[in-house]
Design a protein around this ligand. Structure first.
Ligand SMILES: Nc1ncnc2c1ncn2[C@@H]1O[C@H](COP(=O)(O)OP(=O)(O)O)[C@@H](O)[C@H]1O
Ligand SMILES: [Mg+2]
Length: 267
């Protein structure tokens, strides 16, 4: 299963991506969890210890690596650098073990002014994502920032689904419309929605009607859940801290729903 999770900042992408990765891993599947958020926090949602997480350098910020693989300094614009750097060993070399068969790879990001940048670090990131989507058999879950530009046309076709997380409120909802449009632009046609931080029926109705309008199927409704905030405050992975809480159960329920819909979509 190759899944990307997107949405406005703060909606719960990391909660969903991290918890989903752990549940898939619990099935015995080797899962690669890729953090492509400029503010990477997937480690904590996965249950990687803070001491280990602190030491991780995002690949796009690893100057030595970027230079070694592309032939040019990370910050260079223009000039000649390799557009197709060697990346197939990166997950193995830089991946950090997390519980339940999950490996965390902090990829970093290079989005500048809304478009993936044509710079050495951008070339490395694009090549890595392309490799993971097209060239690897491993299941992966990617935690993306709101922009999905780094996915790029063509490579995205190999992805099974883009999950957009949406919380009650107009800004989150308009972000979903933008993500849907971007997904179409890069030929990702399997877009699903997940409602998060839902307090009451009114919240749920508002999100349902927006997703209906955009023709985005809703996979699950995650309630607002104090246990998630508490896990965060304690620096624990929500799935470990509150494994039987309503929010975590709602994320678990997403998996069979996702599988059923993906199987139906297959000819
Ligand atoms: N269902 C929920 N109930 C309560 N708090 C939540 C819920 N989902 C996310 N949060 C909290 O909202 C904040 C943002 O969540 P996070 O997963 O980091 O979002 P993102 O990755 O989209 O920025 C965190 O403090 C998290 O604990
Ligand atoms: Mg996040």
């Amino acid at each position: 299963m190759k899944i990307a999770v997107a949405g406005k900042g703060g909606v719960g992408k990391t909660l969903v991506a991290g918890t989903l990765a752990r549940f898939l891993g619990k099935e015995g599947i080797q899962v690669l969890a890729v953090d492509a958020d400029p503010n990477p926090t997937l480690a904590s949602a996965l249950g990687v210890s803070p001491d280990v997480a602190e030491q991780i350098i995002p690949l796009t910020e690893n100057d030595e690596l970027v230079e070694e693989r592309t032939g040019m300094d990370r910050k260079t614009y223009g000039g000649m650098f390799k557009l197709n750097p060697h990346v197939s060993d990166l997950a193995e070399k830089f991946g950090v073990p997390a519980p339940d068969n999950v490996t965390l790879l902090v990829a970093g990001t290079v989005t500048i002014g809304g478009a993936g940048c044509m710079c050495p670090a951008g070339a490395l990131l694009k090549a890595l994502i392309r490799h993971l989507i097209v060239g690897s058999d491993e299941a992966f879950v990617m935690d993306l920032e709101a922009g999905i530009e780094n996915l790029g046309r063509g490579t995205s076709r190999g992805m099974d689904a883009l999950i957009t997380v949406v919380e009650p409120g107009q800004t989150s909802i308009s972000t979903v419309a933008r993500i849907k449009k971007l997904a179409q632009d890069i030929s990702v046609d399997t877009v699903f929605g997940v409602a998060n931080k839902v307090m009451d029926e009114m919240d749920e109705k508002a999100i349902r009607s927006t997703l209906d309008e955009l023709q985005i199927p809703l996979l699950t409704v995650i309630p607002f859940d104090k246990a998630i905030r508490l896990a965060n405050l304690k620096g624990k992975a929500p799935i470990d801290f509150a494994h039987d809480s309503p929010a975590i159960r709602a994320i678990r329920a997403l998996i069979p729903e996702l599988r059923a819909r993906l199987n139906n979509a297959d000819p």
